[in-house]
Design a protein. Structure first.
Length: 241
């Protein structure tokens, strides 16, 4: 039996809209937009319905004209952010470039809103923007020649690559911001340690000396991985056909 608060059966997108009581002065769109702005500024740890209400000069209880609770609002916010992800048309760009555009678009949006990663998987992506992304992704991968569960697996591969890099990129950005130093400066702080342990870890030390500045280029690393994923899909499709 499903729990009463099961997020996968109690999604906001699976229920009819909440009736509006009284004469509210705000719209749900305004509340969602303000929530995105507050989350961008403070992250999930700094987000609350009370702080959201203060940011738009409304009481916390005013929020409940539109949403049942904080979890429901966050579900709406995730779909709002997904509206920024563009999925190219495979018929115009070709399936490979469209798939690359999907992964790049996801990474760009997640870097713009790094807190979103923590909310993925907590609710099904059934909002209009999430459904649009899913629909267009299925279409572009079907155009490539994938079918059945292969489409879902390939989609997860592309999106997971984007999420993984966006997560590590956001962590590096946060570390450099908190330290007030560039990535290269942080690396240089580790050099004495690496040299001290080089005798115990010679392969690591040699790699670190030669490659660490390049290793910290997030765009180059992301594109390398993305191209290898697409190469693999392309080669597999060629072998199968």
């Amino acid at each position: 039996m499903a729990r009463e608060n099961d997020p996968f059966t109690d999604s906001v997108w699976l229920r009819p809209g909440r009736p509006r009581r009284g004469r509210p002065q705000l719209s749900r769109e305004e509340i969602v937009g303000a929530a995105v702005a507050l989350l961008d500024a403070e992250g999930l740890d700094g987000f609350s319905m009370r702080r959201l209400g203060a940011s738009i000069s409304a009481g916390a209880t005013s929020m409940y004209f539109y949403v049942a609770n904080k979890d429901e609002l966050l579900e709406l916010v995730v779909d709002e952010v997904l509206g920024e992800v563009e999925v190219p048309d495979a018929a115009e760009a070709g399936w490979r470039e469209a798939a690359a555009g999907l992964a790049r678009g996801f990474r760009t949006v997640l870097l713009r809103h790094p807190w979103v990663v923590q909310l993925f998987g907590t609710h099904p992506a059934l909002g209009p923007n999430g459904m649009r992304i899913s629909d267009r992704t299925i279409a572009l991968l079907a155009a490539a020649g994938l079918s059945g569960a292969e489409i879902g697996w390939a989609s997860s591969l592309l999106v997971s690559h984007a999420i993984g890099y966006a997560t590590s990129d956001a962590a590096l950005n946060r570390a450099t911001r908190d330290a007030g130093k560039s990535p290269d400066e942080l690396v240089e702080q580790l050099r004495p340690f690496v040299e001290r342990v080089a005798g115990d870890y010679p392969a690591y030390a040699e790699y670190w000396r030669r490659n660490m500045p390049l290793h910290l280029d997030p765009d180059a690393g992301f594109e390398f991985g993305l191209e290898r994923i697409l190469d693999g899909l392309h080669a597999w499709l060629d072998r199968r056909s």
